[in-house]
Write a protein that binds this ligand. Structure first.
Ligand SMILES: NC(=O)c1ccc[n+]([C@@H]2O[C@H](COP(=O)([O-])OP(=O)(O)OC[C@H]3O[C@@H](n4cnc5c(N)ncnc54)[C@H](O)[C@@H]3O)[C@@H](O)[C@H]2O)c1
Length: 166
């Protein structure tokens, strides 16, 4: 049985929604009758994804937004835009993520980019969307896409892993 927030006319925002897991989730939400906003940095892929979504949802129920989730000001603007367009957000899926495959000895810029997207992206989305989701006075849902690689570290990709908890 689907989660009760995944319901007709509720609003879903999916970051990293132009491809892969994000697009698959957005398609599933649209098939359930939700209004869907897909968010991505890749504008070309975002438009292709919107076309795919329109095959299972009315065009009026599909919104796209070219936003970098590592930038708090852009995420604030996204939250405002979804509110203006759809009236608010019921479900936020913090899914945008990168894995550039750097090594432990990689450039500091690479570490900063990974932490910016994979960590701050989730913090930005959650703290910026949650207050108005709560203010709606109805059930809401925040989903963070994770990876089992955050538990058993692999030497090739230390920036995306963490030590196994004691
Ligand atoms: N595919 C896997 O095997 C796997 C395993 C574990 C975890 N994950 C995680 O699942 C999530 C989705 O993975 P996927 O395999 O679908 O990857 P994907 O590369 O197909 O999709 C990720 C999307 O995020 C977008 N993106 C990247 N940086 C962004 C930013 N700063 N702001 C907004 N959008 C941005 C990309 O353009 C891309 O469309 C990621 O967080 C990934 O780390 C994937």
């Amino acid at each position: 049985m689907p989660h009760p927030v995944i319901a007709k006319d509720n609003v879903a925002v999916v970051t990293g929604g132009a491809s892969g897991i994000g697009l698959a989730a957005a398609m599933a939400f649209a098939r359930a009758g939700m209004k869907v906003c897909i968010v991505d940095v890749d504008e070309a892929r975002l438009q292709e994804a919107a076309t795919k979504l329109s095959s299972v949802a009315a065009a009026a129920n599909v919104m796209t937004s070219a936003v970098d989730v590592s930038r708090a000001e852009s995420v604030k603007e996204l939250e405002r835009a979804v509110g203006a367009h759809f009236g608010g957000t019921d479900l936020l899926m913090n899914n945008a993520g990168i894995q550039p495959g750097s090594t432990l000895f990689g450039e500091i810029d690479n570490w900063q980019r990974i932490i910016g997207v994979n960590m701050w992206g989730i913090i930005n989305g959650s703290r910026i969307f949650a207050p108005n989701m709560i203010a709606r006075g109805k059930a809401g849902l925040i989903i963070n896409t994770g990876s089992k690689q955050g538990i058993p570290p692999r030497p090739a990709i230390p920036p995306t892993t963490s030590p196994r908890p004691a």
